[in-house]
Ligand binder design. Structure first.
Ligand SMILES: NC(=O)c1ccc[n+]([C@@H]2O[C@H](COP(=O)([O-])OP(=O)(O)OC[C@H]3O[C@@H](n4cnc5c(N)ncnc54)[C@H](OP(=O)(O)O)[C@@H]3O)[C@@H](O)[C@H]2O)c1
Length: 342
């Protein structure tokens, strides 16, 4: 089969396709025929070495989010069977306790930019019939992180997200649009910041209640408060360092900043209790939360936004599209080559 490989820190230019043998599933593993994958900003972090030391050396298969069909199972596998539609956990083996940094797809472990891959069978989740493979492939990183930010009731001082609560979302990338869609599904209200009026119009069509162009209104926190007459219950913060002060200023007394991203530089955790506001680090989610998210997507018939789809062989073009920021929601990869395995 032809699989993509890259070198951590060596950039998009290091991505190349290579012929490699199809792996066999060992005990407790399943071979999955991957049909769809999606890109995340995380893939650029790995390729550019923005957070060094996370990728397998000397090279690794990039991308972390996929959907496909079980093609074979190893000894002792009971969780899945041949023919099941599944999605792998990005954090392989994260069943309970903390995630293992040595088992991250598309980083410390080879990822999903290939037609066939072996995964730990216990780390596979069945895909609901309401979701296409391409939609399901948007969820293991961006969808799950957004879901975790909004619905981890124990970590939210304002309690479970409910109608009337306000969520603030930054940008219109994968995490942001997933958060918008999850929040609207439960009847919460959403304020969204973007650098593009055209993209803001698309968020309004998805139900965004307040749209603000961050270029036209760089001091957005007081503008949001003025427009609403109150603060925000959950800030889904994908910007990091550059937005902490504004996020703290826009929050209600009881609100929470879900610290997720570093589009504007990593968070300064030395300031965790900034102005007494609650800041919570959100990283993906374990298998139970992933399953809860898939059930939620099915129950509310939520369909992720995939703005453009590339073939696997065009992965460098797809990554440059991601890098440009000129997309809305997600960029997908379709994997048509089925590998040599029968
Ligand atoms: N902790 C975790 O487990 C976890 C999981 C997922 C993601 N993340 C992190 O979350 C962040 C977002 O990831 P993603 O995959 O959703 O990204 P993405 O899809 O690449 O989103 C990019 C969008 O964010 C907006 N944006 C980019 N730079 C910005 C800036 N400096 N200021 C304001 N807005 C900016 C732009 O939207 P507009 O054009 O609309 O302005 C851009 O299109 C990344 O830092 C990623 O590493 C962390």
């Amino acid at each position: 089969m032809r699989a993509a490989f890259a070198r951590g820190g060596a950039g998009i230019g290091s991505v190349e396709m290579r012929h490699v043998p199809v792996p066999d599933p060992g005990p407790g593993e399943a071979l999955v025929r991957i049909t769809a994958a999606t890109l995340n900003y995380r893939d650029l972090i790995m390729l550019k070495g923005l957070l060094p030391g996370l990728t397998k050396a000397p090279d690794y298969v990039p991308l972390s989010c996929a959907a496909g069909v079980v093609a074979a199972t190893g000894d002792g596998v009971t969780r899945v069977k041949v023919g099941d539609r599944v999605s792998p956990l990005l954090a392989q083996g994260w069943i309970d306790g903390p995630p293992d940094p040595r088992r991250m797809l598309g980083a410390s472990l080879d990822g999903v930019a290939r037609p066939l891959a072996v995964f730990d069978a216990e780390s596979l989740l069945p895909i609901p019939d309401t979701l296409t493979d391409q939609e399901a492939a948007t969820l293991p990183c961006a969808g799950l992180t957004a879901y975790n930010a909004l619905f981890d009731d124990q970590a939210l001082s304002s309690g479970p997200l409910r109608p009337g609560h306000w969520v603030l979302v930054q940008g219109t990338g994968g995490v942001a649009i997933a958060a918008l869609q999850w929040a609207k599904a439960v009847g919460a209200r959403v304020a969204i910041l973007s650098g593009s009026d055209e993209k803001l119009a698309r968020t309004a069509a998805l139900g965004a209640d307040l749209t603000i162009n961050r270029h036209a209104t760089p001091d957005w926190a007081p503008a949001v408060r003025r427009r609403l007459g109150h603060g925000i219950d959950i800030v889904v913060d994908v910007l990091g360092a550059g937005s902490l002060d504004a996020a703290a200023r826009v929050l209600t007394e009881n609100g929470t900043i879900a610290a997720i991203g570093m589009l504007d530089g990593p968070f300064n955790w030395g300031r965790q209790s900034h102005e007494g506001r609650r800041i919570r680090a959100v990283t993906l989610g374990d298998r139970a939360r992933h399953a809860a998210m898939l059930a939620f997507a099915a129950r509310h018939d939520v369909h992720s936004i995939v703005d453009a789809v590339y073939d696997l062989e065009q992965l460098p073009d797809a990554l440059r599209h991601l890098e440009s920021g000129r997309f809305f929601g997600k960029i997908g990869i379709q994997i048509k080559e089925q590998g040599e395995r029968p």
